[in-house]
Design a protein around this ligand. Sequence first.
Ligand code: NAG
Ligand code: NAG
Ligand code: NAG
Ligand code: ZN
Length: 438
Amino acid sequence: MLSRKSVTAASAGFWMKSFGPLVVLSSLFCLTSGSSERDRVHDLMSRFPLIDGHNDLALQLRILHNNRLSQVDLYNLSKVSTDITRLHAGHVQAQMFAVYVLCGAQQKDAVRLTLEQIDVVRRMCSEYQDFELVTSAQGLRDSAMRRKIACLISVEGGHSIDSSLAALRMFYRLGVRSMSLTHTCNTPWAESSSKLYDVYRRQNDSLTAFGKAVVEEMNRVGMIVDLSHTSWDTASAALQHSKAPVIFSHSSSFSVCGHGRNVPDRLLLDLKQQRGLIMVNFHSNFVSCSDEANISHVADHFDHIKQVAGAESVGVGGDFDGAVNFPLGLEDVSKYPALIQELLRRNWTESELADVLRHNFLRVFEEVERVRDQLSSTRPSEVQIPLEEVQNPCRLVLRPPSPRGSSHLSPSSRAQHGPRGLLLLAVVLRLSSRLVIE
Ligand SMILES: *[C@@H]1O[C@H](CO)[C@@H](O)[C@H](O)[C@H]1NC(C)=O
Ligand SMILES: *[C@@H]1O[C@H](CO)[C@@H](O)[C@H](O)[C@H]1NC(C)=O
Ligand SMILES: *[C@@H]1O[C@H](CO)[C@@H](O)[C@H](O)[C@H]1NC(C)=O
Ligand SMILES: [Zn+2]
């Protein structure tokens, strides 16, 4: 800051000698208007600090450090776009941290890996006094008063619950307050926008009966339904089925950039009607449909969504550390003020920006809590996914013991019991009985 000012002063002296007072006056005017714009943004963001919908720092902690927090200084991380120093500089007051595990873990150890990601976010947010874990809208407001950065936990991808409503409920108990129904893989009950993985292909059952039960249970416990990464059909079905408003935690506008991860206008209209929220993703490939973008491209998404669905439907979900290419001027979490400055230039009012920065999210969260309270007399759902929809070798299926004398296992029941373990058991039993007899 200081050095930039002195450089500008020196060059102002140079221009004075060469071109006279007129140029100096106009360049001084630019300088003061530029800095007063910046002051205005910082003042606005101090009063209405940002709640951001999506950040993948926890994934980077896994990739780069195998979740060994003791090896890093979260005030100053060099290989990533997020650290505490830059969160403060960017006026980020609350961050939804994704606990994401790769789709390759579906049908394997997705639940354990998700638990480990929840663990690392919880540790990070208790070991550093700048952070605190928050699990309610009131908690968000309180943490702002205490000048803390609130950590919200969000499961990214329904594969993390392994088609179990009990697992979903236990994630809630651990502090998870939002879940996206899919990541880049279909789950047995919801469809992804991506065709990257060839699993659970489906025709028109984009949110199955079990998928609807997941949405209902999320409504009942008070977990925000996140539709980023789902197919449009799944998003549409979930928008219709959810009793509480839903969010797209990190998606942009399909009309501005025709990428499958973005949201088409017809869904924006449904979202507006449902009083939900789309938190705009900054990832260059989603904002300009190319590897390169700048702040104008991102602001175009805000303008378009406001035009279609109103400023009350817009939020910010930067997706930092979840992708590689970010726009010029929006490279890390310290850069949010540059975007707000651009939106002010585009005649967004301070009240609209206060909504975008935090009020819209608080409204949705409070509405989700209200629906939860209304459903407080509803019992936990005991809906189970039909076995044939989830059958895979890693799933142990417990059955009541078969009646005496019918220990014979048919091939199909053997498959359901987990073939290898049972075969092994049978071989051991037969061997041991032979040993005794012989
Ligand atoms: C942050 O860490 C880098 C080394 O990774 C160091 O060069 C730099 O001085 C540190 N910055 C602060 C503010 O501590
Ligand atoms: C798709 O929908 C049609 C009618 O809307 C129905 O007849 C058909 O069985 C459905 N297919 C699947 C795979 O659910
Ligand atoms: C962003 O890039 C576009 C070209 O892709 C250009 O027209 C526009 O002026 C740039 N905006 C900024 C703020 O640099
Ligand atoms: Zn994502």
